[in-house]
Design a protein around this ligand. Structure first.
Ligand code: SIN
Length: 311
């Protein structure tokens, strides 16, 4: 019997597929649609200390090979999402969830995480260190010193299962340096990758989105090779206790299979979910199961991380 069940930390999921933060996760209604779908879990929109309207519209566009966005972290404030996932966990049929969070400053991040630590929420937390779209705020995880300082402080008070959402890295030395930082901490997971930041898509003579004169995060087909490289680079380098969530360019069962082959324990879907809606989880699950069946794999453990190299 082929199964796509998986585990992250001590949490078991019936299916390894779920949404990526930013897609189908802004409101309770959207999150409930993912909850009711074939997805194994959901992650909330990244919640900040206070609610934010985000950047001016149009701030998302589908393109031939994916998408570009500069949403600017529009959200209802972390408390909205914390209340919702805490409420859901009281339902015995509820899936385990991921609460995505970040502050607009280190102080805000600590304020939020201390509130989550003090709350009744028992699920997973994803600290977003990689949003490329807030004007004047760089992607935190490109600054290794700041990243280490934040995590050092966080783990003086935070005891719940925490992972980090990472931007793509593009250099082997940066994979080494980033992994050396993450290996110092009791992280439950890293999530590779957020969008490739600050791309530019042009139609005729004009940019597609309004914020930042058209610069925005790129997702979809464009990013799959970069996502796979990041998943595998961290799979090779991180302590085995730190699991990998693979995100980027997943729109078929084959794409999900490749993420798992590179080392992912869970696979998130962003652009393709936005384009196809929550029914995508059923389609990709059956495509992934068909590939596993054909290859004689019954569980994800049978092929996770077992990427072949050329001799
Ligand atoms: C955004 O809200 O700008 C997208 C979120 C992200 O890239 O982290």
């Amino acid at each position: 019997m082929v199964s796509t069940a998986t585990k992250i930390g001590s949490f078991t999921f019936d299916n390894c597929l779920m949404n990526a933060a930013g897609v189908y996760c802004m409101t309770r209604e959207e999150l409930l649609e993912i909850e009711a779908s074939a997805a194994g879990s959901f992650v909330t929109k990244t919640g900040t200390l206070n609610a934010r309207p985000g950047n001016p519209e149009p701030r998302y566009a589908d393109t031939l090979l994916g998408s570009i966005n500069s949403m600017g972290l529009p959200n209802h404030g972390y408390q909205y999402y914390l209340d919702f996932v805490t409420e859901l966990q009281n339902n015995p049929d509820s899936k385990p969830h991921f609460l995505s969070l970040v502050g607009l400053s280190q102080d805000e991040t600590h304020t939020i995480l201390k509130a989550v630590e003090a709350s009744d929420y028992k699920g997973l937390i994803e600290l977003n260190l990689s949003c490329p779209n807030v004007p004047g705020k760089p992607q935190i995880a490109y600054d290794f010193e700041t990243t280490e300082a934040i995590l050092t402080e966080v783990f003086t008070y935070f005891t719940k299962p925490l992972g980090v959402k990472l931007p793509p890295y593009f250099d082997i030395v940066h994979f080494d340096q980033a992994a050396a930082v993450f290996n110092k901490f009791p992280l439950t997971f890293v999530n590779c990758i957020n969008s490739i930041g600050n791309g530019l898509v042009i139609e005729d003579e004009t940019v597609l989105i309004k914020p930042k004169n058209g610069f925005g995060g790129i997702g979809g087909d464009y990013v799959k090779p970069t996502a796979l490289a990041n998943v595998h680079a961290f799979y090779q380098r991180l302590n085995p206790s730190i699991q990998i969530i693979g995100t980027g360019g997943v729109k078929t069962g084959r794409d999900a299979f490749e993420h798992i082959l590179c080392g992912a324990s869970m696979v998130q879907i962003g652009t393709a979910l936005h384009q196809e809606g929550p029914a995508i989880f059923e389609r990709i699950t059956s495509e992934l199961k068909a590939i596993m069946q054909e290859k004689g794999y019954e569980t994800l453990e049978d092929f996770r991380g077992k990427l072949n190299y050329l001799a």
